[in-house]
Ligand binder design. Structure first.
Ligand SMILES: [Zn+2]
Length: 198
């Protein structure tokens, strides 16, 4: 039996999700249409709404509904500290570790020349501008301990040090090849506290 073209399109569309292959995409599509139509409507609505409303925060580049997000506007944060992370999920991890009271910049990726991700793609021009506001005194590089994350930390470190900023790298406790997202918050807190000059 041939699947209707519309259903095919839905299955193909679902494959844009990470870790979703043809089989699971098909399972998801069938589940949504067969067993959970209200869920499907909610998902479609939430996705459309998020696409329309969510944009990068002008200051930290993370997801926001306003021009400048609540975290960047908070008077309780130390504007002299700027923590550089790869993703909004990493920002959340550092926040949940309750070890850091400065601000952030989210690269939305890491340098990976083979995949076509260069300095432009990870918004380094914006990071440099953000870090050169005269208020930031220290940049804390909290990219992953993967090959890409290390290369990014090195590159960003050089850029910011050339502008007279103190640059540090989160430290020990994180395994080689480790991703922030998968580390417990105690270990991450320790890594931020014990950061070393980079
Ligand atoms: Zn922000």
């Amino acid at each position: 039996m041939k699947t209707p073209a519309t259903l095919d399109e839905l299955i193909n569309a679902l494959r844009c999700l990470p870790g979703v292959g043809p089989k699971s995409a098909q399972r998801m599509a069938y589940h949504l249409l067969q067993r959970d139509k209200p869920g499907a409507h909610r998902l479609a609505g939430a996705l459309a709404h998020a696409l329309e409303r969510i944009r990068p925060c002008e200051r930290c580049n993370s997801f926001a509904e306003e021009t400048v997000c609540a975290l960047c506007r908070s008077p309780r944060r130390d504007p002299g500290l700027l923590c550089v992370v790869e993703t909004p999920a990493d920002l959340l991890m550092v926040e949940q570790a309750h070890c850091y009271e400065g601000l952030y910049f989210v690269l939305m990726g890491a340098l990976s020349p083979l995949d076509g991700v260069g300095p432009r793609e990870i918004h380094l021009d914006r990071l440099v501008k953000r870090a050169s506001d005269g208020v930031v005194r220290e940049a804390i590089l909290a990219t992953n301990f993967t090959v890409e994350g290390e290369a990014t930390a090195h590159y960003v470190g050089e850029l910011l040090r050339a502008r007279g900023l103190k640059v540090s790298r989160i430290a020990r406790g994180l395994p080689v090849g480790g991703e922030l997202e998968h580390v417990d918050s105690g270990t991450l807190a320790q890594a931020v506290l014990e950061r070393r000059e980079a």
